[in-house]
Design a protein around this ligand. Structure first.
Ligand code: UDP
Length: 380
């Protein structure tokens, strides 16, 4: 297939990400499979990205994640500087058939503002959109700008203007999703893991409190705001509290973190992350938001770890209650479900991931959407 796609991964982290990284993980998973299908990929990211692509565009030398600590207008400034670079590149060339954009809101608005000179664009929605309708006010790209969700439930909750521009949803994926037989069995430890950004929506406060009440070892893995390691957060002092996730951590989570039964280990990456996840008795998602896509949920399945979660957002789409995990609408019940999760079969989880969430499936689905977006844009 001769198709050239400009993949906009944004300026926050390199691709693949060094540890935590939602959007960057999605791009790192998708691009190799697209290229296997013959798609040429021009990656708009930061210079330090190492993902093999056909060409790179960047404005910043490396990830600007630390800038997320700054006031909101400066955060937007970083986004806008990156996007100006993308738009400059688009103005100087005519070989781009489609822009696949992952940069929240600002990306979409910029594509729309480029008007008929811009290639058609597909914007993948990564957030819980019901909460942020104002971010997506400008969809004046008409037929040229389309969106896709990362789950059916995310789209169902999205503002009408976005649903009008939707071409469907594609579930998230992970390279860890391979045939169950190709993976050696892993000895399960006693611990439970919550893998993800420390954030009120992800509910680490609830998980940590239940761990203390019910008495199960809990590992909290993920960054607190822009801080990846406990020692970095400690060194940042009081200034760090400007970040709402840092305040959440100190006020709601830390009181339950005793360094023994409940530990915060910071961001984990690579083999360390996979071993922690594969060795866990359960992967806990005490969600207080409507999880839009849940890469970490799919990763848990792929590594044979049952998921215990509040039945919110995409979780009921991804998890079959009683087979690959346990879901509840009563958050106080999560502690008991963690204890019961040991009865679920790790192989069932791995099989589910290999049947539904492989990178090849995700790429084929996106190629279908690219064709659809181009057809709609070409409509007289
Ligand atoms: N992640 C990681 N190390 C951590 C915490 C998270 O590598 O310490 C990864 C996780 O494995 C997943 C991604 O970051 O691939 C988070 O994506 P998800 O969709 O679960 O959550 P988001 O933060 O995008 O809402």
């Amino acid at each position: 297939m001769s198709l050239t796609v400009l993949m906009n991964a944004g300026p926050w982290l390199s691709v693949p990400p060094p540890g935590y990284g939602g959007i960057e993980n999605v791009v790192a998973t998708l691009v190799p499979e697209l290229r296997r299908l013959g798609v040429r990929v021009v990656l708009a990211s930061v210079e330090s990205s190492t993902l093999p692509v056909d060409e790179k565009i960047s404005v910043f030398p490396d990830g600007q994640f630390h800038a997320l600590q700054r006031p909101y207008n400066q955060v937007c400034g970083v986004s806008q500087a990156h996007l100006n670079g993308v738009v400059r590149a688009l103005h100087t060339r005519d070989d781009i058939d489609l822009v696949h954009d992952h940069v929240e809101a600002v990306g979409l608005a910029t594509m729309a503002a480029m008007g008929p000179d811009a290639p058609p664009a597909l914007h993948t929605l990564h957030w819980d959109l019901a909460k942020h309708p104002e971010l997506y006010g400008n969809l004046d790209g008409g037929d040229r700008v389309r969106v896709n969700g990362v789950s059916a439930s995310q789209l169902a909750r999205a503002p009408q203007a976005l649903r009008d521009h939707s071409v469907g949803h594609v579930h998230l994926s992970t390279p860890l999703a391979v045939d169950a037989d190709r993976r050696a069995p892993v000895d399960k430890g006693d611990h439970v893991i919550i893998l993800g950004r420390i954030n009120p929506g992800k509910g680490q406060d609830l998980g940590a409190r239940l761990a203390q009440q019910v008495g199960f070892p809990l590992v909290l893995a993920g960054p607190v705001g822009p801080y990846h390691r406990p020692e970095d957060l400690a060194a940042a002092g009081d200034e760090a509290r400007q970040n709402p996730d840092v305040r959440f951590f100190y006020d709601q989570v830390a009181p339950h973190v005793d360094g023994d039964l409940v530990r915060w280990v910071g961001t984990v990456a690579g083999q360390e992350r996979d071993d922690l996840l594969a060795g866990a008795r359960a992967s806990l998602f005490p969600l207080r938001w409507e999880e839009p896509g849940g890469t970490a949920v799919v990763e848990s399945l792929a590594l044979g770890t049952p998921v215990v979660s509040t039945a919110r957002g995409c979780l009921p789409e991804l998890i079959e209650h009683g087979r690959t995990g346990l879901l509840t609408t009563d958050e106080e019940e999560l502690g008991e479900l963690v204890l019961a999760a040991g009865l679920l079969e790790p192989d069932e989880c791995r099989r589910e991931a290999a049947a539904r969430f492989t990178p090849a499936m995700m790429a084929e689905r996106y190629v279908g959407l690219y064709e659809r977006v181009r057809q709609l844009a070409a409509r007289p």
